[in-house]
Structure formats: C-alpha cells, structure tokens
Design a protein around this ligand. Structure first.
Ligand code: BDR
Ligand code: CA
Length: 312
C-alpha cells in the first residue's frame, strides 16, 4: 500500500476524502493533519477526529497552521456551516490530536520512509510549505504531492482564485516552485464530479442494508448539505466533491486524464491574487512543474466511492 498523509481542513469534502482513503487497501494512511481553511483550526481538527470516530479509526491526528504565512485568514462558513461539517448528526470525538505540529509530523514521516510518502493536501498549503521551509532536505524525499486546489480556468472565491489557493497563495507558490512532483486537482477537474441526487441515492442506500454502518447515511447527509450552497450560487444539481479526487487518483489513476505544465501562483495581492496560472499551451516556454488534472470519469469516480464507502 502507498503511504499517504491526508492534510486538510474538514470540511465536507475533506471528510469524505478521509473516509475514502481509510476504506482503500491501496493506501496506508500514516496520519491526518489539519490546517485552518473552511473553518478555524480548532474546528477542522475536531472534524478530523469526528470523521475518524465515525469509522472507529485510530489514525493519529496532528494540528498544524492556524493562519496563512502572510495574508489575512479567510474561512468558508457560507459553504460548510458554522461547525465546518454541518448537516448530519456526527459522533463526538473521544480522543484528542497528538502533541506534535502537523509540519513536524510530515518531516518525521518523510525522513522515516525516504521516497515513499505521498502528501494529499486538500486545503491551504501552509503546513506543506512550513515543512519544506523547516526541513528542505525532505523536498527530494517526498514521493508526490497531490493537491486539491487552484484551477486552470475560473475561481470560486474570486473570479480568478480557488479557495485553497487564495487562503495562502505564498504557501502554494513555495510548493509549486520547490521541485517536488505535484499533481493538481483544480476546479476545472473537480467541477466535473458533481454529487447529483442520482449519485447520492446509492450512497444513502448503503446504510439501509441489514447490519450496515451509518456511513452511507452520514455521507449522503454531508453531500446534501454541501449541495445547498452550490444550488443557490451556481444553479447546479449538487456540489462538486473536490477533495476525494486526490485519493481516487492514487487508487484508480485510469479515471483521470492529466497534462504536464508550468503552474505559477499569483501572489501579487492584486485582483488576481491566488490564481494558479496554468500554462496549458506552454506559452512561457518554462519546463512543466506540475501534472494538472484535466478530465475526470465522474461516473467511474462515484462508482468507486460508493463501493469503497460500503466497506466501512
Ligand atoms: C476547496 O475549498 C474547500 O471549501 C473545499 O473543502 C475544497 O478543498 C474547493 O475550492
Ligand atoms: Ca478542503
């Protein structure tokens, strides 16, 4: 199994990513690390613990950055509710996060298994950037960073910028310019994977089987809450399940089409700050520094997700 660290800001889609990774024997989850993002750090950490509690997983949780490197902190209660995980009834965590900063955990985990560990950040890249700055020796030892964030085309928080990129553009630029192999799942890819009522129904049905766990019901509740904002704002028939595409990519790469290109993050502080400028046509002549997801087999992804949630 491929060793991974799930770094995120749960968050509805981050929580589903945690569940998908835990249900998949292809992945060995070394730890779950948290950052500010959708809501503040205290809540994202609690939400990570809650998600693990739901499936009885004892994976260690490490809290990390409570703010961006330079810019003021943003949050997304408008999308995820006050708790960051509004919607279904969830268990209260019975344990706490470990007494080690997320960035320090990443450093130790990568050094312990050089060349093996893949980082799956699904929030602002602050923890990864901190780890790379504290311990530059780990950069060539990371197998890959598979990040949900950015966009080849439009943004979702400003016309130019996607939320995770906008939350900490400097951290994103540190990661993209580090030389580490990066695969980016931006909005241009994740918007292809909308959780429509037809895709939610089989997930809910998982809990209706005899002796089945509550996971299907809970995930269906999360996806329905997440759909509301996207229905109001975009007129879509559901919310795009952004973050779980990162785990799905490692489990079933054939579901995705990617293209190597140069990606440069706008840190100007101007109207396009936080934009990931993706050089699809190699207009700059720069060598590619990222593998960017372009196509998603959405039906294949939802079939995989439903089958995997059924194992929990
Ligand atoms: C990203 O922002 C967050 O709200 C989601 O969890 C996802 O990681 C999408 O822009
Ligand atoms: Ca997220």
């Amino acid at each position: 199994a491929r060793p991974v660290i799930l770094d995120g800001d749960p968050g509805h889609d981050d929580a589903v990513n945690i569940l998908l990774a835990h249900a998949s024997p292809e992945l060995e989850v070394l730890g779950v690390t948290t950052t500010f993002g959708n809501v503040g750090l205290e809540r994202t950490t609690r939400n990570a613990l809650t998600t693990l509690e739901l499936v009885g997983a004892g994976t260690p949780v490490y809290a990390g950055a409570d703010r961006p490197l330079l810019v003021p902190r943003l949050s997304a209660e408008s999308v995820h509710g006050q708790s960051g995980l509004d919607g279904p009834l969830l268990p209260s965590p019975t344990r706490q996060a470990e007494d080690l900063h997320a960035a320090l955990f990443m450093i130790a985990a990568v050094r312990a298994r050089p060349g093996e560990v893949t980082l799956l950040p699904t929030g602002p890249l602050t923890n990864v950037a901190l780890a790379f700055r504290l311990a530059p020796d780990i950069v060539p030892l990371v197998r890959e960073v598979v990040w949900m964030g950015g966009s080849v085309d439009v943004g979702n928080w400003t016309p130019a910028a996607e939320f995770n990129a906008l939350c900490d553009p400097h951290a994103a630029q540190i990661v993209f310019s580090s030389g580490v192999p990066v695969t980016m799942f931006g909005l241009n890819a994740t918007h292809q994977a909308v959780a429509t009522p037809e895709r939610i129904a089989p997930i809910r049905a998982l809990s209706r089987r005899e002796g089945a766990s509550a996971v299907g019901e809970v995930v269906a509740g999360l996806l329905e809450f997440f759909a509301e904002h996207h229905r109001d704002r975009y007129g879509w028939n559901g919310g795009p399940l952004h973050d779980p595409l990162t785990s799905a990519y490692l489990i079933a790469p054939h579901l995705f089409g990617t293209q190597a290109m140069w990606v440069d993050v706008d840190t100007s502080g101007g109207p396009s700050t936080g934009r990931t400028n993706c050089d699809v046509w190699n207009l700059s002549g720069h060598a590619p520094n990222a593998n960017v997801a372009m196509t998603v087999d959405a039906d294949g992804f939802y079939a995989l997700l439903t089958e995997r949630l059924g194992r929990l």
